[in-house]
Design a protein around this ligand. Structure first.
Ligand SMILES: [Zn+2]
Length: 405
């Protein structure tokens, strides 16, 4: 029996600029084409010729540590160069003085949703200092937002695993408290024990049957060493497609032949790379990685927190930043930047009901642009967001129904 069409969106353009219409049934896309003739009584929405793109995938964020919507906190510089351990200590001091975590997380989610993200992966700190409290708080906020955005939570050992006694057990327990994935942090430079760190991370992944997303700030050949270790573990456990390395800064520091060799290793192991095009720091050459078959995707990472004062929760703007910093110019290259905040993000996050295709969730964003290439460079802000075919953001403002939570 054919599904009853609930709503037809007309007068829109698909990402490549083609005029089209979209029919929605039970929150999913039922038909795409210009030949949709709605039955009498079916709701018809005229989108005024706007571009329609899938809801954005926020592939890496920290819902527990942002001060967005709270008091402005001036950035505290490092005393002697980039040092993750020092930054974590600054963060602990800041967090102690911040507004309640659930309130800050909601502020940040409202910002991301207003900008069109409908899927998200957030890392949440799990360590001996905060235990599982942050995870429980963010998991409760996730429940309040289920009708607006799908959120995956990563149990993230921000203070290391071996450096923070008790953390290994907490990470394992996190899967009884709302975590979906196991995280990790700089196995060599932070814990100074690559094998010990990765034994815990992949041990939990194997035992709990969960995916992995590791923060890797390690530079140069140290970073490449860790990437190779992570890829080897991924292959050994048959976890292709279930492991992400976030940042992988080392790939931005090494010569091209090393990038290519490492890219092949990543592609064979099915390990994806997340980047946020981080400030002035070298970062992975995204097109070289894509050429080798590596899934590369984007995330905001920190939004106005102890790491940096930047971040606006706009994944279209993030695509522009990745494209700008990577020297992407042609329409195809701009399309690649867009892919990193949409389809490639969904692939890396293991999301299946995604995209502008029949059967996928009717989650999409309307943009004032002729096509994706123009959207990436113009980053138009007056956008509306639909979730399951329902408008949750109109012209950048959250709808009243959105706020019912
Ligand atoms: Zn991060």
């Amino acid at each position: 029996m054919a599904k009853t069409i609930d709503k037809v969106f007309r007068n829109l353009r698909l990402p490549d600029g083609t005029p089209s219409a979209i029919a929605v049934a039970q929150g999913k896309i039922a038909h795409i084409g210009t030949d949709i003739a709605p039955e009498a009584g079916t709701e018809v929405v005229d989108l005024g010729g706007q571009l329609v793109v899938p809801g954005f995938v926020e592939g890496h964020i920290h819902l527990d540590t942002s001060f967005y919507g709270d008091a402005w906190r001036p950035h505290v510089p490092y005393t002697a160069g980039f040092n993750v351990r020092e930054r974590v200590e600054i963060q602990h001091r800041n967090m102690a003085a911040a507004a309640p975590m659930d309130q800050r997380a909601r502020n940040q989610l409202d910002l991301c949703i207003a900008n069109g993200s409908t899927r998200m992966r957030s890392h949440v700190m799990v360590d001996a200092s905060v235990g599982l409290k942050s995870l429980e708080t963010i998991a409760a906020v996730r429940e309040q937002y289920r009708h607006l955005i799908d959120i995956q939570l990563v149990a993230f050992p921000q203070s290391g695993i071996l450096s923070s006694p008790g953390t290994a057990d907490l990470l394992d327990a996190a899967f009884d408290h709302g975590a979906d994935l196991i995280g990790g942090l700089d196995p060599v430079s932070f814990d100074r024990d690559s094998k010990g760190h990765l034994d815990v991370v992949f041990g939990i992944a194997d035992r709990r049957g969960v995916s992995v997303d590791i923060h890797l700030h390690e530079p140069n050949t140290m970073g490449i060493f860790s990437i190779e270790e992570i890829a080897a573990r991924t292959s050994a456990l048959g976890m292709q497609g279930k492991v992400v390395i976030s940042h992988a800064y080392g790939l931005g520091d090494v010569p091209l032949d090393t990038v290519r060799r490492t890219a092949d290793t990543l592609a064979k192991a099915g390990v994806a790379i997340m980047t946020n095009a981080p400030g002035a720091r070298p970062f992975p050459p995204v097109m070289e990685l894509r050429k080798a078959g590596v899934t590369v995707f984007g995330g905001s990472d920190n939004i106005r927190d102890s790491w940096w004062p930047y971040g606006d929760g706009d994944m279209l703007g993030r695509a522009m930043m990745i494209g700008y910093r990577s020297g992407l110019l042609t329409d195809d290259e701009l399309g690649a930047a867009f892919d990193m905040v949409t389809a490639a993000g969904a692939k890396a996050l293991g999301i299946e009901d995604y995209g502008l295709r029949v059967g996928a969730a009717a989650d999409f964003v309307t943009l004032q642009a002729a096509h994706v290439a123009e959207a990436v460079v113009a980053v138009p802000k007056d956008r509306s967001v639909y979730r399951g075919g329902n408008c949750i953001v109109r012209d950048g403002i959250l709808e009243p129904v959105t706020l019912k939570r």
